[in-house]
Design a protein around this ligand. Structure first.
Ligand SMILES: [Zn+2]
Ligand SMILES: [Zn+2]
Ligand SMILES: [Zn+2]
Length: 929
């Protein structure tokens, strides 16, 4: 293998400053500084100031704690899109936002302060501490997002605690109030006794809970006709799992069409659904009973009265409803409209009263009768015993079932009617389309990605109850209305709303809690009912989902570089019931249109086995740790490679594989850069003057650009990733680049053959670096800055370099694609044959082989028409034989000797007397040098 040093000096050996080892963790911060200094965000906007507009509106993460893999994925995903759009010439501002209000921050402040100090603190003091906590984590997370390479207006993000943002809430509330979509009403809602607040559906978690399961008999006061001539007393038998709701019972609901029977047991007649008699008998442990005729429908019993089980002298009524189940219980549903959604709905339908004996703290008031003062959580056994003593209890047991819990304190919640503010889904002012109808129509105008998510969104909006928007907390934006102290009437009109908008814009929502209404309301503001002028500001605050939802007004409308509707909202799929929905409802309620043209959702982050990440499982991966160990580009490449339509796995092993893929891509760039150090585009070879293989290479590159662009446009980043990764592997390294090495290293530096190869490499570098730039934001910049200046032109950053455009007309491309399709199919067989020959010790390097290829006449015709076929297969010589059904390859040792300069096996060594050691080609090169 001895090589004459002289010859080595005559070769064009590759060289570049682009190192093989990425060392991303150490190098990336330098690029962040580089971008900071040039103010890349501003430049990206200026460059496309006249371009089409693309607004990706950021959903605000919660300003509490450090970022995790989920938020990291989401932000990187957004950055890929924004950077891609910028490179395509779009004006694509990205304003990051933070959700700064809400219970979790209040909870943290309470934890830090201790409950004693917390109770003593005023609402204004608590708010100051909450603000400090939120601002601290806005700063922490901003730095963490920036470290991931995310580009945006981090100097001026939107915060839901900004004055102008807070005022936007009032603008939306005012519009919806004026349109008759906001009302105050009593309604059963999830109520956490521990936290003392109403909870939204999104704040509820379900888990198993053991409850009482009791059967109670209520005696009819108006005797059912069916059993009118029986001598026994007649009862309706109910089943319930919440004994504490019995004081609020006003009705028993039956299934209208189901058959009911009287069951004679122990000298009494108990009326229940026929289908459940055996179940009841088993639960009660009856030995003997008798089903009495006749059979009657629930509807036939409707309107009868019974003795209320707790309150002396009070009667309840039998009604019918669709929610009665005939699989468990007795088919007779105890109904307390203040304690359940179904009960509330059926209560409204039948005009039932809605007694509410449970106070905010979870204890009974006088309406609890004998249980006054008891806590509902401890009342159950007391009530069960009380019923047993009075002989009303027919059976008692326990049941394990799914029960709603508070997301914050994890305690079981109760259903309880309270005075709350609601967004009405189905009613509005005269001439205004109700919200549900408008929202359903708006959903149909939006592009939902993945496509199935429209079903999810539609179903959620179609089924949802009215939206309870009030919360009994301190840290948020107040419900911007007043109450007349004299008569209790709500005072809210355009003048008071506008005064509050002014107040919030200038002083922020804090002023609501520190100023008297008379200080900011217009003089003479008075109650419309009684004329009273003493007004009390509402104490409750808005649901944080309402707050983050109004960003279409507080951000998109308010900032000059943005506009409403946005092109895209992009969050995890849990936001169908969260931010997407609250944004949609407040936007339709205010403007009659959706705030977004497209909504993209991605799955949740799970570990390598598909399990949810949790500290207790010890399977969490911290993006901060990954950045410190492997670099942000590895997270970005992982994010791009994920099929986000389902849950997204991450683990140390998965990230190792990502690093492996990264190295392949990096090495490809290194090859391209290292063979272009002496190339000037002025010396580029025109397409038609290129060797055929180079023209084919440009066709494959052009195809790649087309496919990658389509995938980007459809937000299929995992396809982008796969295309680029595979191109760096099979298409480039193992075929074209390998074949090219001989020309690049051994041909004369300025020969057409070598310059043609470099022309292709330059095109590859230019296209590839742009196509990976949205993903590998750091590495692509490193490549760009090491690209020879003549190749990169005036763009100071790859982010401003635009998008490759390499369309080759089909007339030219198609024949090349066809011909080389055949060549590559044959080459696969050749490669295998060479491996076998090498294993058998027949040849060492492939250049030592002489091939005889047998194939079909058609294939042989195609192969014979290719110039330099031996070079394509990187062998000494190729002979062709037609007439075969399948491709066969015979490998023999090539005749000739190894050229000491280019290492090819050649028969023309010594043909040039001036350079007797080397092959004819090398002799010619040496002659030129
Ligand atoms: Zn709670
Ligand atoms: Zn009044
Ligand atoms: Zn040679």
């Amino acid at each position: 293998m001895a090589e004459t040093p002289d010859y080595k000096q005559t070769m064009n050996l590759p060289s570049t400053e682009f190192p093989m080892r990425a060392n991303l963790a150490a190098r990336e911060p330098g690029w962040l500084e580089f971008w900071d200094e040039m103010d890349i965000y501003r430049l990206s906007l200026e460059a496309n100031a006249d371009g089409p507009v693309f607004i990706l509106h950021d959903g605000p993460p919660y300003a509490n704690g450090h970022i995790h893999m989920g938020t990291a994925f989401n932000k990187v995903f957004k950055d890929l899109i924004v950077k891609y759009k910028t490179m395509r010439g779009y004006f694509a501002p990205y304003v990051p936002g933070w959700d700064c209000h809400g219970q979790p921050i209040e909870h943290m402040v309470e934890k830090n302060l201790g409950s004693v100090k917390m109770k003593a603190a005023t609402q204004a003091e608590v708010r100051t501490l909450c603000r400090e906590h939120a601002m601290k984590y806005v700063a922490v997370q901003a730095e963490e997002f920036k470290r991931l390479g995310v580009r945006g207006d981090f100097d001026d993000p939107y915060l839901t605690l900004n004055h102008a943002y807070e005022a936007g809430n009032v603008k939306v509330f005012k519009a919806m109030y004026d349109r008759g979509m906001i009302y105050k009403g009593a309604k059963p809602i999830h109520w956490c006794v521990r936290c003392g607040t109403a909870l939204a559906e999104a704040e509820i978690e379900y888990s198993d809970e053991q409850s009482d399961s009791i059967y109670v008999k209520f005696e009819f006061t108006s005797r059912p006709e069916a059993w009118a001539d029986r001598p026994e007393r007649v009862f309706v038998l109910i089943w319930t799992t919440t004994p504490w709701t019995l004081p609020a019972n006003v009705a028993v609901t039956l299934a209208a069409k189901a058959p009911y029977v009287g069951v004679l047991h122990d000298g009494e007649v108990l009326v229940m659904a026929e289908a459940l008699v055996d179940q009841v008998a088993a639960a009660a442990g009856w030995d003997e009973w008798e089903v009495l005729g006749p059979r009657v429908t629930g509807a036939a019993l409707s309107g009868l009265h019974y003795r209320q089980p707790i309150h002396e002298g009070v009667e309840g009524v039998i009604i019918t409803g669709d929610h009665v189940e005939l699989s468990t219980g007795s088919g007779a549903v105890h109904t307390a409209p203040g304690h359940g959604e179904d009960d509330y709905v059926v209560g409204q339908k039948f005009g039932l009263p809605m007694p509410m004996p449970v106070l905010d703290d979870g204890t009974f008031d006088a309406g609890g009768g004998p249980f006054k003062g008891l806590d509902v959580r401890t009342a159950n056994p007391v009530i069960v015993d009380w019923l047993r003593e009075r002989g009303s209890l027919v059976a008692a047991g326990k049941i394990s079932h799914s029960y709603p819990h508070c997301w914050r304190c994890k305690q079981p919640v109760i259903f309880r009617a309270t005075e709350q503010w609601f967004v009405a889904m189905d009613t509005a002012a005269d001439g205004v389309r109700p919200l549900r109808e408008g929202a359903m129509e708006a959903i149909a105008t939006v592009q939902w990605i993945p496509a199935w998510s429209i079903n999810r969104m539609s179903a959620m909006v179609a089924d949802r109850p009215d939206w309870c928007i009030s919360r009994q907390r301190a840290w948020g934006v107040p419900i911007p209305v007043f109450t007349c102290v004299a008569c209790g009437e709500t005072v809210a009109n355009d003048a008071t709303f506008d005064a509050v908008i002014d107040l919030f814009e200038t002083e922020g929502a804090d002023a609501w809690f520190t100023k008297a209404p008379s200080e900011y309301l217009p003089a003479g503001t008075a109650c419309a009912r009684c004329g009273g002028t003493e007004l009390k500001p509402e104490k409750d605050i808005l649901d944080v989902w309402f707050e983050s939802g109004v960003s279409h007004t507080s951000v998109l409308d308010a900032r000059p570089e943005l506009r409403r509707p946005a092109e895209l909202y992009l969050e995890g799929s849990d936001q169908h019931r969260g931010w997407f929905q609250s944004s949609l409802l407040t936007s339709v309620g205010t403007y009659d249109e959706a705030p977004f043209r497209a909504v993209l959702t991605h799955g949740f982050i799970v570990d390598g086995d598909g399990r949810k990440m949790s500290k207790s499982l010890g399977n969490t991966v911290s993006p901060i740790d990954v950045v410190a160990k492997s670099g942000a580009d590895i997270i970005r490449l992982w994010a791009a490679s994920a099929d986000y339509g389902q849950d997204i796995s991450v683990s140390a092993e998965i990230l190792d594989r990502t690093s492996e893929a990264y190295r392949r891509i990096r090495n490809t760039f290194r090859f391209l850069l290292s063979n272009l150090n002496d190339f000037d585009p002025a010396g580029a070879v025109l397409f038609d003057a290129m060797p055929e293989l180079d023209r084919y290479a440009l066709v494959t590159l052009s195809d790649l650009v087309r496919d990658v662009t389509v995938a980007y446009d459809e937000w299929r980043f995992h396809t982008v990733y796969r295309l680029l990764y595979e191109y760096c592997g099979s298409d480039l390294s193992s075929f074209y680049l390998d074949v090219l090495k001989d020309r690049l290293y051994a041909d004369a530096p300025d020969s057409v053959e070598r310059r043609s190869a470099q022309t292709v490499l330059a095109a590859m570098l230019g296209a590839m670096v742009r196509m990976v730039a949205p993903i590998l934001t750091f590495t692509s910049e490193e490549i760009w800055q090491l690209t020879p200046v003549p190749l990169r032109g005036s763009a100071v950053s790859v982010q401003l370099a635009g998008w490759p455009d390499l369309a080759i007309d089909e007339e030219t491309a198609a024949p090349l694609r066809d011909a080389y399709g055949t060549v590559r199919a044959v080459r696969d067989v050749v490669t295998k044959a060479l491996e076998d020959a090498r294993a058998a010790g027949l040849v060492g390097k492939s250049q030592e082989a002489a091939l005889t290829i047998s194939a079909s006449d058609e294939a042989v015709t195609v192969l014979a028409a290719r110039p330099a076929l031996a070079d394509l297969f990187m062998v000494g010589s190729v002979a062709l034989e037609g007439g075969a059904d399948t491709v066969g390859v015979l490998v023999e040792r090539a005749a000739g000797e190894k050229c000491p300069r280019c290492w090819n096996i050649r028969t023309d060594i010594g043909s040039d007397a001036a350079h007797p050691d080397v092959c004819g080609r090398c002799a010619a090169v040496l002659e030129r040098l």
